[in-house]
Unconditional design. Sequence first.
Length: 440
Amino acid sequence: MNVTMIGTGYVGLVTGACLAEVGNDVLCFDVDNAKIATLEDGRVPIHEPGLPEMIHRNVAAGRLRFTTDADAAVAHGTLQFIAVGTPPDEDGSADMKYVLTAARGIGQRMTEYKVIVDKSTVPVGTADRVRETIAKELETRGLKLPFAVVSNPEFLKEGAAVEDFMKPDRIVIGADDEHAVALLRAVYAPFQRSHDRLLVMDLRSAELTKYAANAMLATRISFMNELANLADTLDADIEHVRQGIGADPRIGYQFLYPGAGYGGSCFPKDVKALQFTAQQHGAPLQVLHAVETVNEAQKSRLIVKITGRLGDKLAGRKFALWGLAFKPNTDDMREAPSRTVVQGLIERGAEVVAYDPVAMDEAKRVLSDVRGLSYALSPLDAVAGCDGLVVVTEWKEFRSPDFAALKRRLRTPLVFDGRNLYDPALVRAAGLEYFGIGRR
Ligand SMILES: NC(=O)c1ccc[n+]([C@@H]2O[C@H](COP(=O)([O-])OP(=O)(O)OC[C@H]3O[C@@H](n4cnc5c(N)ncnc54)[C@H](O)[C@@H]3O)[C@@H](O)[C@H]2O)c1
């Protein structure tokens, strides 16, 4: 099938590559000339395991192309996926300008039947707005052309995006048009050969499902963070509590890890946007208000631990920071808790030496104006002469460090483990002081 991807970011690029991988002819369009030039040059602008190989394979096979030409993009695909950003507006609502610009672009150019597929995370009612926008453009052109709008929210996780897309646990389709559903069923058939994973529902429910999923996951994180802070106060160990409740199949182990707060491009903005929608419709979501408040406080929890041990004035102190990305296996720094930690340390006068296996280039770009932040070539280089190691992202390579080597290199032997990676007894046995999140 001919498929156009409008927006070639984390979601658009992965979706485009995976759809090409199963045989579709995919054209990825973006307004960012530099991004398209990078891709045309054979380079991949984001870090995502397995993605470069898949892109190269499909470009070589002629099934995956990139363009900044809007006319070519609209002409190409019967399916026009919209995968542009929906960042938070000042009031917390999702900013729809990119989605509606994409819709306008389709309406201004289409000359035959199209199915417009909203893949971006969008507030309930967006499909109607996309439909109206396209209809208005067609009317301006004096044309009557059939088209359908479908909601197909994306559930991939950065860091495992290719695998998630190739083996989805569900594919949500919101639609009121049988023919459009049939086309999407066909395009997704190769991804669900063992059993049907397609959940077809009305448009509004599909749009709400995406927000509900992210809100639920964020709720679990904030719940565990708040409980971990209580465990600190009660001298209980949250790790035992986590296992004790995770064993209950009704609860399960996933997303029960306390830490330095959630970040990234989705949870913070989606929790805000859902609250905005709820508020707007006179049905405020009180649980989500708490989820967000807890998360904001949690991003400073490591600073609270550090200043609790060393005092509020940190001038002359130096800290090693392990992990900059908002989670492992990505270089995404959007709303990363590391940013709050870096800022908290630097505004108290400390210096920070950071190490991250893949996000340092991105950190240098987004934190270029931060004075007092430098970068190390290896985790052990980062800790040399420091007054503490602060672990912010749970990269695999941080999971089992040589604690004796850390002790030798640190000026002050403190470990602030923002992801509860280490056994406190083991760290202490090496002569280091250990501070976790809710650990005894
Ligand atoms: N990143 C994730 O893990 C993830 C997961 C699920 C859903 N989502 C949702 O998917 C959407 C996209 O997220 P992302 O992380 O891929 O964003 P992104 O910022 O990485 O990519 C968006 C791309 O759209 C391009 N763009 C903007 N306006 C355009 C236009 N009019 N025409 C063509 N291209 C345009 C931008 O230049 C950018 O390259 C968001 O709504 C997000 O909430 C993201």
